[in-house]
Design a protein around this ligand. Structure first.
Ligand code: MN
Length: 484
């Protein structure tokens, strides 16, 4: 994946008016072009900021917003009120706005030129009140938008804009996302259920089920050459367990895992699906639960949710798009087991198989072990421990009348001891502020056991995403946020 490859753009427009004469408007245009060009080449920027126009009339504003709504490559609008831009002329356009909006509250000059400042300077550098006029009309109309304040050359400001652009890309991706479900939900489980029609209306993505037999047909069609080639990839990327080596007793299972991976890739590519679910209760025709295949597809940017969890599958995909190209990873995750200690408590996160190697602290080993449930052949999987450092867990739930996004920042730690008998990928973290507070709040809020675990996305990015989607967002993590 790469945003630049996808040609995504954010369009920049500058608000002004004719009151100050053509010379000021020419200056506004030149300054705006310079800002757009500087932002585009900033290292924090994942895409091109395309300067479109200085907007001075209601009709110009309406036309640009109409164009932005219909342009697939435009993932959002960045507006700057260079000079005072009377905001009644923005109403008609804002009423039809369908793309994410960022109000960049900046000023071309960073410092006041004390000796030279006169009224011409004041008229040219009046975002301070122009931005307030625009902010008012957005609030008056209930327009969701991000407000970024600061000088355009400031790297921290550029970083904020860059992160918002990443979220806007993920939002655009969500509008086109197709989630494939192999089998339905794990029987009797509640939190992984939800209203797929509501989700499509809210988030844009569509969720559709496929019979296992369709995937099995793809498995049977995989050629031996494809399998041999993929096995070579496994051999170079992972430390293979002895029984999976070329003369090992489980080599056949590795071939089978490769066959499943190739079939899954074909299946998803042919249907333009970028996220998927499966469930161990519905694997008719597959010899083993896909483990290695799911892990490797996630590492390539696919969303995944186990046990039919399509909401988490879509969320994992969305977060992977946001994080494209950043160091660190994002993975499907489950709060698995607790370690109550005197340092605030910690959680061992894992799943039966499906943790993404993008969060691995070391080269994964490729192993085969019995699964214990599902009644299938032993599945091949990657085993590793996650990196240490700050991270966050995100969970999206369907409460019947609304969706809610829960966030909990955590600190991943080195597990205090080896776990030689644990045959799955795992990561250990301390929830903020403590396990007791975080888990209590999480449970009271109805947060799921499945999450997307992220090493490289901030709470602010996830909040921006919730704003774009128009869903409630709850952050758990600071003592002062807890209801005590
Ligand atoms: Mn699970």
């Amino acid at each position: 994946m790469s945003f630049k490859y996808l040609n995504y753009e954010v369009w920049m427009a500058t608000g002004s008016q004719h009151l100050y004469g053509p010379a000021v408007l020419q200056q506004v245009q030149a300054n705006s072009q310079e800002i757009a060009a500087t932002l585009t080449v900033a290292s924090a920027m994942p895409l091109t900021i395309v300067y479109k126009k200085t907007l001075t009339t209601e009709q110009e504003i309406f036309q640009l917003i109409q164009e932005a709504n219909c342009a697939d490559r435009c993932v959002g609008l960045l507006v700057w009120m260079h000079t005072f831009s009377p905001a009644k002329m923005w109403i008609k356009g804002l009423r039809i706005l369908q793309k994410p909006l960022l109000h960049f509250h900046t000023q071309f000059n960073s410092h006041i030129p004390w000796a030279d400042i006169n009224m011409d300077y004041m008229n040219l550098n009046q975002s301070a009140h122009g931005g307030r006029e625009f902010g008012f009309i957005c609030s008056r109309m209930g327009i969701k938008r991000k407000v970024v304040v600061g000088h355009w050359k400031d790297e921290q400001v550029q970083l904020k804009i860059g992160r918002w652009c990443r979220v806007a890309c993920a939002w655009q991706d969500s509008q086109e996302m197709k989630v494939a479900r192999f089998g339905d939900n794990m029987r009797e489980v509640a939190v992984t259920e939800g209203n797929k029609v509501s989700a499509q209306i809210q988030f844009g993505y569509s969720v559709n089920g496929f019979g296992m037999g369709d995937l099995v047909e793809n498995v049977e069609a995989v050629s031996d050459t494809e399998v041999t080639d993929l096995i070579q990839v496994y051999e170079s990327a992972y430390i293979l367990a002895e029984s999976l080596l070329s003369n090992g007793k489980n080599r056949g299972a590795l071939h089978e895992a490769a066959r499943i991976e190739i079939a899954l890739r074909h299946f998803l590519t042919n249907r333009r699906c970028t996220a998927f679910t499966d469930t161990f209760e519905n694997l008719h025709g597959l010899s083993q639960l896909p483990g290695l295949a799911v892990q490797r597809l996630m590492a390539d940017g696919y969303g995944f949710g186990a046990e039919g969890d399509w909401k988490t599958a879509a969320l994992v995909r969305t977060m992977k798009v946001m994080a494209d190209g950043l160091p660190g990873g994002n993975s499907f995750m489950e709060d698995y087991t607790y370690h109550f200690d005197d340092q605030g408590g910690s959680v061992l996160g894992a799943h039966m198989l499906e943790i993404c190697p993008s969060i691995a602290a070391h080269q994964p080993s490729c192993e085969i072990h019995p699964l214990g449930i599902g009644g299938k052949a032993d599945p091949v999987r990657l085993v590793f421990t996650g990196r240490t450092g700050p991270a966050l867990n995100a969970s999206l739930i369907d409460l019947g009348d609304r969706f809610k996004l829960l966030l909990n920042p955590v600190d991943a730690i080195q597990p205090p001891a080896q776990m030689p008998n644990l045959p799955v990928a795992r990561v250990m973290w301390r929830p903020r502020p403590t396990l007791e507070i975080a888990a209590e709040e999480w449970i009271k809020n109805g947060g799921a056991h499945h999450t997307c675990y992220s090493e490289n996305l901030s709470v602010e990015m996830m909040q921006d995403f919730a704003d774009m989607a128009g869903v409630e967002c709850v952050v758990i993590g600071r003592k002062e946020d807890a209801r005590y």
